[in-house]
Design a binder for this molecule. Structure first.
Ligand code: PMP
Length: 296
């Protein structure tokens, strides 16, 4: 996967610069300690032009992630959104994945940052887990104890846990991992949230041990709109194994149906599931095919 070429332009601390000439410092606290915050955002080529889906929510979460770990956030959100559109325009991208990253200055001590930078880049990225139904393995890695690090912040260091879980699942022959929390309840995928369907209702783990995603909120809003019963509930592995259907959701993943968990194939045909309805409605929403703005 090539993320940039010699024409690619990124936004870096107020300027638009070539990705090939932009650089960072080897002594950055972010590189050594994972002390950085980032976002994953998607832009869609809609009939209203290129639209960054829920841009404000993402940049507000970036700000909150920084605040939760004492990284100063000194930028205006509307300005960052307008720079994001400019990055897309300069790179001639219509459908794109956008990655803002806030990272820290050189500082080898375990202290608050001595300086911060922001960069925004974008590239063309297919649905992260592809479009097939997923076989999911329960990870031997747990999501971190929320008392060890704010789990609802999107912090770079968290993603070592995600990488370990995903790599392990792939080595075991699965498409993706599902991580449990410190109490052995269902948490989330390495980069997505989970919903399960049982007897016509959708259930998803509550906030506390997960990154409560923006797509997860969108799914809950779509449920209201479609009159689908949806509840936040602590879920066990047995709940998942006995589910009628299940799906992952996230900005990069969008809505991805689950075929099986470990050796248990979920019984409902994906096209008959609530997840498939949500998948279709989500696509219409992000493509602005119907005007949900007034409803949500
Ligand atoms: N959980 C984790 C660990 C993630 O990395 C992501 C992706 N940001 C999500 C859930 C889904 O979040 P969102 O819907 O905001 O992309």
């Amino acid at each position: 996967m090539q993320y940039f070429n010699d024409k690619t332009v990124v936004y870096l601390n107020g300027s638009f610069v070539k990705a090939t000439t932009a650089n960072t410092d080897l002594y950055s606290q972010s590189l050594h300690y994972g002390y950085a915050a980032f976002e994953g955002i998607r832009a869609y080529n809609t009939h209203n032009g290129t639209r960054v889906f829920k841009a404000k929510d993402h940049f507000e979460r970036l700000k909150r992630s920084c605040e939760l770990v004492n990284i100063p956030f000194q930028w205006d959100i509307d300005e960052l959104i307008s720079k994001t559109y400019k990055v897309l325009e300069l790179n001639n991208l219509r459908d794109a994945y956008i990655r803002p990253l806030v990272y820290c200055a050189p500082n080898m001590s375990l202290s608050e940052p001595t300086g911060v930078s922001i960069m925004i880049c974008a590239w063309d990225w297919e649905a992260y887990l592809g479009n097939q139904l997923l076989n999911v393995g329960i990870s031997s890695y747990q999501r971190p104890n929320p008392k060890s690090i704010p789990i609802d912040a999107k912090i770079s260091a968290h993603y070592v846990n995600s990488i370990l879980a995903s790599t392990e699942a792939k080595k075991r022959g699965f498409n993706e991992a599902l991580l449990l929390d410190m109490n052995n309840n269902i948490a989330e995928a390495p980069g997505a949230n989970i919903f399960i369907e049982k007897n016509g209702t959708l259930y998803t783990p509550p906030a506390g041990h997960i990154l409560p995603g923006i797509t997860r909120t969108t799914v809950m809003q779509l449920c209201q709109r479609l009159d689908i019963e949806c509840q936040e509930m602590v879920l066990t592995v047995a709940d998942l194994m006995n589910a009628d259907s299940a799906f992952f959701c996230g900005t990069a993943t969008e809505i991805a149906g689950i075929n099986a968990v470990e050796e248990i194939v979920l019984p409902m045909k994906w096209q008959d599931s609530l997840g498939a309805t949500i998948q279709r409605t989500y696509k219409s929403l992000v493509l602005e095919k119907q005007n949900y703005e007034v409803i949500i």
